[in-house]
Design a protein around this ligand. Sequence first.
Ligand SMILES: NC(=O)c1ccc[n+]([C@@H]2O[C@H](COP(=O)([O-])OP(=O)(O)OC[C@H]3O[C@@H](n4cnc5c(N)ncnc54)[C@H](O)[C@@H]3O)[C@@H](O)[C@H]2O)c1
Length: 322
Amino acid sequence: MAELRLGLIGCGGIGEVHAGCVAKIPQGEFIAYCDIDEAVAKRALDKFGGEYATTEADKLFADDRLDAIYIATHHDSHAPLVIAAAKAAKHIFIEKPLALTIAECEAVAEAVATAGVYLMPAFKMRYYPLIRMAHEFIPAPQVLVGQMMDRRWADDAWFQDPVKGGANVHSQGCHTTDILRYLAGSEPVRIWAAGGTLTHPDHPCIDQCVASIEFANGHVASWIQGDVALPQLVSKFYFELFGDGKSVQLHDRLKRATFFDGEKTWTEHRDAEEGFQLENVEFLTALAAGREPQLTVHDGIQATRIVLAAERAIKTGQVQEL
Ligand SMILES: NC(=O)c1ccc[n+]([C@@H]2O[C@H](COP(=O)([O-])OP(=O)(O)OC[C@H]3O[C@@H](n4cnc5c(N)ncnc54)[C@H](O)[C@@H]3O)[C@@H](O)[C@H]2O)c1
């Protein structure tokens, strides 16, 4: 039996991805699966093994054997489930975004601090080796570019739902803003953005965003987020760092990076995307060692704070202080 016993709430697409990752990590094992759709919870139990499947999250919170809870549900349930898990003294791995509003983010932070549990937001991109290599190569870039441009999202997808998902900028923007903040090595202080509802007319949510972010160290980033069309040359995920005569471009879904040191150019390549597996390794090895995971509730809050400020800037036309 593994040292850490785990429960999964939300056993859909990404819940199953995490269960598959955990199955390869010796420190942890899922014994409990919860989904509001009973068949989905049972499917996960059958596929990954464990002890029970349920539609009642409270059953997991009341299970004293569980050390940590994974939450991979739709966005409107993130904050209430995290708060309930913290009150039950469980460590938490939460899919992005941490929560939908700053008030919810702060309630989550308070619950986690009061309970003294660890929370890791699931920003898988932090664990792509080439992102880390780029950060080490240019630790304080003067100028950054971060772009996540997807194919147009289906109108009936849950992530387009204004309550459950919030559309592209709200749903996925936090991945990009978290990486920009990480690569900048500095906290954001100011943002201006243009955009709006450009791919889903008459929808209440903002789906495209083009923003300029200023960081506390005076350095700047350009951020593009949306679902107009997949860029075939650079792929859905694209980041650029420029610092002191050096540059890096991360492309091919962050599996390829082109480095320039002012004289030489070379390319690093990874065969596969390793973010999901390595973020799970980090969470479980940290818990097993009794230390806080590298990513904390603060990272989750900051990523959402930038997204929300961009949305305010788009709506008001005004620069937003962060
Ligand atoms: N990190 C990434 O790259 C990445 C990629 C896709 C999705 N996600 C995130 O993962 C989460 C889940 O997305 P998905 O694509 O797996 O969605 P999904 O619809 O495939 O699965 C979500 C599951 O949660 C269940 N659910 C909803 N509310 C619940 C509740 N209150 N209690 C228990 N179960 C509940 C649903 O029945 C469903 O089975 C979202 O936060 C999403 O943003 C992350």
